[in-house]
Design a protein around this ligand. Structure first.
Ligand SMILES: Nc1ncnc2c1ncn2[C@@H]1O[C@H](COP(=O)(O)OP(=O)(O)OP(=O)(O)O)[C@@H](O)[C@H]1O
Ligand SMILES: [Mg+2]
Length: 355
């Protein structure tokens, strides 16, 4: 059976106007998400993860401009399947039809999503009343159910609390409850646990996984933590300098990575099973996108770069039906280059542990 796409980003290009000039932060991005699956977006700081999901939500800051591209979102309305290019909707239409309703978002810091002057209950109920004109009594009951779902005890009492009366972990649970209030088809989580302490992080992660399973919603999960990716994702997209440079199933990315940047990210991942505490870091830094990039943007940091990398941008090479990478190393005429042997050993070790 053909899988249903819920989201398809095509050739997206976004720039920001700054006092230093125009910065091209998203430079031709292509990505799809299938219904009921979890897509993780990874990549170093500044690679464009948050800007991409803000474009989906229609909440780019005012100096941002979408130069090109499409973001197709497929959903059902009154029994009919609708395929909408989100970039063709006005801000107002988007707020009314999509954002917060069909697509909901959880940010890194729960305080940015919560209103400090409103009770928890009022905040969870707000979206249902706005989008669906849900009667108050019904909205109240649903809010209680949602608080229970996200693991908050004594929900009746919590409904009357203000955000500052809750711990960070509890606040993030409330944000998740609010995000789920309108039964979204897609939940976007942008580093949802980064601001929380480690034990709470694991619990919130479990919660998101649980909800995804129970409700069958699609999830985009942004994180720096590849350990988290391995736990939650079906698919992984690796971003570098405003583009997806490798994408594949979680197994493909972890066990058969093909892009030297992905090799670097995986090599930099802390290894729980070894005592080696000299952590690898990818040398150099990403390009300054105020300037035009010639060739492969990763070339200056790539130990395997070839002459062509400095001149021409690599296309996405197909490895399998689900796995693609943009590196000239995959060209049929390229020399055969294997991933670094330390990484190969680590992967083999991980595979053994799995069995
Ligand atoms: N309003 C803005 N004005 C100018 N530049 C911006 C603006 N918002 C984002 N950027 C730039 O766009 C690039 C991508 O930013 P983005 O926030 O998407 O990165 P990210 O991948 O989410 O990083 P992190 O992992 O640190 O959250 C960065 O270089 C950032 O400085
Ligand atoms: Mg970000």
């Amino acid at each position: 059976m053909e899988k249903e796409k819920i989201l398809a980003i095509k050739d997206l290009s976004i720039s920001f106007h700054t006092s230093a000039g125009v910065v091209n932060v998203i430079r031709g991005m292509n990505l799809s998400l299938y219904k009921g699956e979890t897509l993780a977006i990874v990549g170093e700081s500044g690679s464009g993860k948050s800007v991409t999901v803000k474009a989906i939500m229609g909440i780019l800051s005012n100096n941002g401009k979408i130069n090109d591209g499409e973001i197709h979102f497929t959903y059902q309305k009154d029994g009919e399947i609708i395929n909408q290019d989100l970039l063709k909707l006005s801000k107002k239409e988007k707020r009314k039809q999509i954002s917060g309703k069909r697509i909901a978002m959880v940010f890194q810091d729960p305080m940015t999503s919560l209103n400090p002057t409103m009770t928890i209950g009022a905040q969870i109920m707000e979206g249902m009343i706005y989008h669906y004109k849900t009667p108050k009594k019904e909205a109240y009951q649903k809010a209680i159910n949602l608080l229970e779902l996200v693991g908050i005890t004594d929900p009746e009492k919590r409904m009357k609390n203000y955000p500052h009366q809750l711990s960070g972990g509890m606040r993030q649970r409330v944000v998740i409850a609010t995000a789920l209030a309108c039964d979204p088809d897609l939940l976007i989580c942008d580093e949802p646990t980064t601001a929380l302490d480690v034990t709470i992080q694991a619990k919130i992660l479990e919660l998101i996984k649980d909800i995804q399973k129970k409700m069958g919603i699609s999830v985009i999960y942004i994180t720096h933590d590849l350990g988290v990716v391995a736990k939650v994702a079906d698919y992984v997209a690796v971003m570098y300098a405003g583009k997806v440079v490798e994408k594949g199933t979680t197994d493909e990315i972890f066990y058969e990575p093909r892009h030297p940047y992905t090799w670097g990210l995986l090599s930099a991942m802390p290894d729980l099973n070894s005592n080696d505490d000299k952590l690898y870091t990818i040398p150099g830094s990403p390009p300054n996108l105020l300037h035009q990039v010639n060739g492969d943007s990763f070339a200056p940091r790539n130990a395997f770069a070839m002459n062509i990398d400095l001149r021409e941008e690599p296309p996405m090479f197909k490895i399998t039906d689900t796995h693609y990478a943009a590196t000239w190393l995959l060209h049929e005429n390229a020399p055969k280059v294997e991933m670094p042997s330390e990484l190969r050993n680590r992967i083999e070790y991980m595979l053994k542990e799995e069995k």
